[in-house]
Design a protein around this ligand. Structure first.
Ligand SMILES: [Fe+2]
Ligand SMILES: [Fe+2]
Length: 274
């Protein structure tokens, strides 16, 4: 199922929330299609689990063979493990951090990425999209070392990859959240472990507050919609201790536990760090 996050006569932002079978093995993930006039881009196309469904699902909105870009916030498997199939089935270029430019070809057959990768420098930039553009915003270390968020000035949507994510089903992810306080418990554990440090979150909030944002749309879980919830998100994230803020010498001890390959459990059971 696809959800229209925004549509006017020339421009549309479509979200897919439930393309991956919910058997509990793979984390729920969202994929996005942005169309401006006759130009189309996919943001965070996903892994092999999502490819067939997304390719078929997008055809009602935009012909895949006309896609211009595959835009990747970072290089994790749930973002671009399907790269080989997209490069085979479309003429699109991969837009990704320069940090990952020479790593991405490991997802594809030999030569497939030749002249098809746009490596984005750390400072980001404006990428033309039809009659408009997408702003590629620096979001490094949130969580990936080379990471970008994507601001669409037409819809005023900020696509934030793994920032602002929440753990839920695809059906729940299709319903935007407007009350942040009730939503925090579904975001907190992920952000404490996957975000690198509070310093990075504060630097990002200083940049993001300069944008006129209608919706923050993460790659897992529900969009955060409306100014009050977005202000609350900024206030929450800029005060959150995470990643290396929470790790100390207790996390770096020579292990004593043993892995039982039959039960796939640790003996004795591990205590949670952080
Ligand atoms: Fe990630
Ligand atoms: Fe992710």
């Amino acid at each position: 199922m696809s959800i229209e996050l925004y549509r006017d006569k020339n421009h549309a932002c479509i979200m897919f929330t439930d393309l991956i079978e919910e058997d509990g093995q793979a984390v729920q993930a969202n994929q996005f299609l942005i169309v401006d006039d006759d130009t189309g881009a996919i943001i965070d196309p996903g892994g092999n689990l999502a490819f067939n469904e997304l390719f078929m699902g997008m055809t009602t909105h935009f012909p895949p063979h006309k896609l211009s870009y595959l835009i990747a916030s970072h290089a994790d498997p749930d973002i671009i493990a399907s790269l080989d199939r997209w490069l085979t089935s479309t003429k699109a270029s991969l837009v990704i951090s320069r940090v990952w430019e020479r790593f991405a070809p490991h997802f594809t057959k030999v030569g497939k990425t030749e002249n098809r990768v746009i490596g984005v420098p750390d400072s980001g930039g404006h990428l033309p999209l039809g009659r408009h553009e997408l702003v590629l915003l620096p979001a490094h270390f949130m969580h990936s070392e080379g990471n970008f968020h994507f601001y669409d000035p037409v819809s005023k949507i900020l696509f934030t990859g793994d920032l602002g994510v929440s753990m839920m089903s695809g059906a729940e992810a299709s319903r935007p959240v407007t009350d942040l306080q009730a939503h925090i418990p579904r975001m907190e554990g992920f952000h404490r472990r996957y975000m690198v440090s509070n310093k990075i979150l504060r630097l990002w909030v200083n940049m993001a507050r300069q944008l006129d944002i209608a919706m923050i749309v993460p790659q897992h879980g529900a969009p955060i919609m409306g100014k009050p919830a977005i202000q609350d998100f900024f206030a929450w994230i800029e005060n959150l201790k995470c990643g290396i803020d929470l790790f100390d010498d207790r996390a770096y001890q020579v292990p004593t536990a043993h892995i039982d390959p039959v039960t796939r459990q640790m003996r004795p059971a591990l205590r949670q760090v952080g």
